[in-house]
Write a protein that binds this ligand. Structure first.
Ligand SMILES: [Zn+2]
Length: 308
């Protein structure tokens, strides 16, 4: 069912303030998102339980005491849920997103690391596991994004090959985008990426790299332009070229710091999350989508965030 602004989620900052005056209101909202048809035990799946507090239930089947935030990214957070909500509203209401530094300033976090960890936790919710594949006409190409590794071997610089697939709605308009990180420039991973992200039968346009010519044997309509058959090769694949330049500008402009290779996938998730919802009539819709994901995203510990 279509979600409705003002009914399912607040549309404006004023509505946001009215809807979530305190922690109890935030917990009740999380409860509603997590169990839209009433409590279901996360352990034994019994659809019956007793309320034992705000957002807290005891399962009628196995006796488990649990809460609406257990097992979500809010689990065991020492920060009040209302602060999480405010940060999520702040992050989603800025059209291009914000840096950890801006988040730190806005919420008075004691350290940059705390703000950074918050951003990382939220980025993990910026994906939709049930997302449908791209279709219609899709441009597929690869670009290089500057990366810096801070692995055990010490810092090293290197550009990371990022695969981009974007829907062409018509000559002027782009649809949805997907990103992936290639194991090596121009590798066969591009084929796996296409199969993962693009519906069979789709018309895929590429630069005709040899590895990509297999697409025609895999149920796709594949066309490509090369220096031999195109009058102006630089004008080919305008969609992916635009996305690549917007992505790079966003990384250097908004994130304002070096992006490590290890964390690049999460930045790509955030960018795709924003790009694919850039035409949403209400910024509240982004807040809602982020929160929907947050309640089904496993909690991450600080050590997990640094480990990868
Ligand atoms: Zn149970």
């Amino acid at each position: 069912m279509e979600s409705v602004g003002g009914v399912d989620f607040p549309r404006t900052y004023q509505e946001f303030r009215d809807w979530f005056p305190d922690d109890a209101a935030c917990v009740a909202y999380v409860e509603r998102l997590r169990w839209p048809d009433g409590f279901v035990c996360p352990r034994c799946e019994t659809p019956k339980g007793w309320r034992i507090g705000t957002g807290a239930f005891m399962c009628a089947g196995c006796g488990l005491k649990t809460s609406a935030t257990a097992g979500t990214i809010f689990h065991r957070s020492h920060t009040p849920l209302s602060t999480w909500f405010a940060a999520m509203w702040f992050i989603t209401s800025q059209k291009t997103g914000i840096s950890a530094l801006a988040l730190q300033r806005q919420f008075g976090f004691g350290s940059y690391e705390t703000a950074w960890a918050w951003m990382q936790k939220l980025r993990r919710a910026m994906v939709r596991p049930d997302r449908s594949k791209l279709s219609g006409v899709v441009e597929l190409d690869e670009t290089f994004v500057g990366g810096r590794s801070t692995g055990r071997m010490g810092a090293s610089t290197g550009k990371v090959p990022v695969m981009i697939a974007v829907e062409r709605v018509d000559n002027r308009k782009l649809g949805r985008v997907r990103f992936g990180i290639d194991s090596a420039p121009g590798s066969k991973e591009q084929i796996a990426f296409a199969q993962r992200e693009i519906e069979p039968g789709t018309h895929i346009q590429t630069d005709g790299a040899r590895v990509l010519r297999r697409l025609a044997d895999l149920g796709y309509e594949h066309s490509y332009a090369t220096g031999y058959n195109s009058p102006d090769i630089s004008a080919e694949l305008p969609g992916v070229h635009l996305v690549a330049s917007l992505l790079k500008r966003w990384i250097t402009g908004t994130l304002q710091h070096h992006v490590t290779v290890e964390h690049l996938p999460y930045y790509l998730d955030e960018y795709a999350f924003r790009f694919n919802r850039r035409d949403s009539k209400s910024r509240g819709m982004l807040f809602y989508r982020l929160l929907q994901q947050a309640v089904i995203t496993e909690p991450t510990t600080l050590s997990d965030l640094y480990k990868i």
